[in-house]
Write a protein that binds this ligand. Structure first.
Ligand code: DQA
Length: 161
């Protein structure tokens, strides 16, 4: 009788954090909360482990570094979680990079940019993301991770194109 062996490969998610997010914890805590980036990454790692995924996390203040990290992610990661921070509102280069790799991406924000200054109302990233979560502080990242993993699982089961 043939034995059936199931191989389980953990999903790999790249989490990218844009400019000034290294300052979380002390940066306008009334808007962004009191958790540091390290706290958030720790929470994400716990959540990822619960959901059977691994995450790599990278913060940079440089637009080009984000573009390069996105460009190198295809073939390595199953999906991307990105808080592009201020580049959300300015960067066609980030949008083009996300569109070029054709990997599912979820846009995440701690605050709700739509409820803030008008220059934050437009996102270059939303249209090239499978979804976006904003306004729940550190929890935005956890909700976004859950959404992204669900999206990939449902797509791979053949339900979503
Ligand atoms: C942010 C919102 C952006 O408008 C801002 O420039 C940031 C952080 C957020 O997480 O709420 O740096 O992306």
């Amino acid at each position: 009788m043939r034995s059936l062996v199931t191989f389980y490969v953990a999903m790999k998610i790249l989490v990218l954090h844009g400019p000034n997010l290294n300052l979380l914890g002390t940066r306008e805590p009334n808007i962004y909360g009191s958790e540091t980036l390290e706290d958030i990454v720790g929470l994400l790692k716990e959540k990822a482990a619960e959901l059977g995924a691994n995450i790599d996390s990278h913060q940079t203040n440089c637009e080009g570094d984000l573009v390069s990290a996105i460009g190198s992610s295809k073939g390595v990661y199953n999906g991307l979680l990105i808080n592009p921070a201020a580049y959300t509102h300015t960067s066609i280069a980030l949008r083009d990079a996300l569109q070029a790799i054709d990997l599912p991406c979820v846009e995440v924000h701690l605050s709700n940019p739509a409820a803030r200054e008008s220059f934050r109302h437009h996102s270059y990233i939303t249209a090239v993301s499978v979804g976006h979560i904003s306004g729940f502080g550190a929890k935005s990242y956890l909700l976004a991770l859950e959404g992204l993993i669900d999206y990939i699982r449902i797509r791979d089961a053949g339900v979503v194109e």
